[in-house]
Ligand binder design. Structure first.
Ligand code: C5P
Length: 296
């Protein structure tokens, strides 16, 4: 019987995010494409010797109590399986928080997937995704990984053909995080909802299926840009810098503050990152067909 399990939990980008309407539960109806990327947190789940859920994290800015989504995931497992006993979690963060890269959701999904394996709970991927969706709209995707179209709150997932090995530069203004509820609130209050046919999504999916950055770039789309970019010109400036430095296409991911650029290859990605100025963190990575993976 193993005492601990360590997994890698990939971040996501959203090359397409269309807001289709408001929902009675306060959320928004989405058509959103999720793509896992190589940037990942390392999450360790251990059997604890007390009844407690304990969380350690190498980022001192993140909460280590019930405000942390990974902690909530452990609690959700224990609610369903009251005999689990203590759960100790260790988060080694690489995915920045408040970036629109699903850092918190990836950790929560990792706890569900690793906990299921460690305690041999026998939950299927769909059951884990459904449990994840009770924690946050992005957690279901993070359980599944790869590439998917999300509808509803983003938690009703249809897998899409893998788009593996597209090189992406992820860039985040170092001192700027965006709170997701705030981005949606601005979108709503400013009446930014537009009526669209399904044609735009259809065209995006056709382009995405080619796997060619040049074909995909003109169809990259994120409705939340209209809410977030006017308030945070540094995000728009970063997007423009990526394009000026040679990115084939660039877009804000989720509710920001990170943007990603499609680039020809890793060398070009590093050159493009170096050409951008300002207090910005960069990661040169790639699209990834997998999800949460056991490493130890
Ligand atoms: O589900 P999650 O906690 O990640 O969502 C964070 C916030 O983002 C929600 O509280 C809501 O304000 C907003 N949201 C939304 N519609 C979605 C997803 C998120 O309004 N489909």
């Amino acid at each position: 019987m193993r005492d601990r399990l360590t997994v890698l939990a990939p971040a996501k980008i959203n090359p397409y995010l269309e807001i289709r309407g408001r929902r009675p539960d306060g959320y928004h109806e989405l058509a959103v494409v999720f793509q896992a990327i190589g940037l990942a947190d390392r999450v360790t789940v251990e059997r604890g010797d007390t009844e407690a859920i304990r969380l350690r994290c190498d980022d001192p800015d993140l909460p280590t109590d019930g405000r942390n989504l990974a902690w909530q995931a452990a609690q959700a497992l224990r609610q369903q399986f009251p005999d689990l006993g203590g759960i100790h979690l260790t988060l080694e963060k690489r995915i920045p928080a408040g970036a629109g890269l699903a850092g918190g959701s990836a950790d929560a999904a990792a706890v569900l997937v690793a906990g299921n394996l460690l305690w041999d709970l026998g939950l299927t991927v769909s059951e884990l995704a459904a449990l994840g969706a009770t924690l946050g709209a992005d957690v279901a995707f993070c359980v599944m990984g790869g590439t998917a179209l999300g509808t509803g709150r983003g938690e009703i997932l249809s897998p899409l053909p893998a788009t593996e090995g597209l090189t992406v530069v992820v860039a985040k203004p170092r001192h700027l995080s965006v709170a997701t509820p705030e981005a949606y609130r601005i979108f709503r209050e400013e009446g930014l909802l537009a009526v669209r046919s399904g044609e735009q999504l259809h065209r995006f999916l056709g382009a995405w299926a080619t796997g060619q950055p040049e074909a995909i770039a003109p169809h990259l789309f994120n409705d939340l840009e209209r809410a977030v970019l006017p308030r945070h010109p540094e995000i728009l400036a970063l997007k423009n810098q990526l394009m000026d430095a040679g990115a084939i296409g660039a877009l804000m991911s989720g509710s920001g503050s990170a943007v990603f650029g499609l680039v020809p290859d890793a060398d070009a990605g590093h050159r493009i990152a170096q050409a951008c100025s300002g207090p910005v963190d960069f990661w040169v990575t790639h699209t990834y067909r997998g999800g949460i993976a056991v490493v130890a």
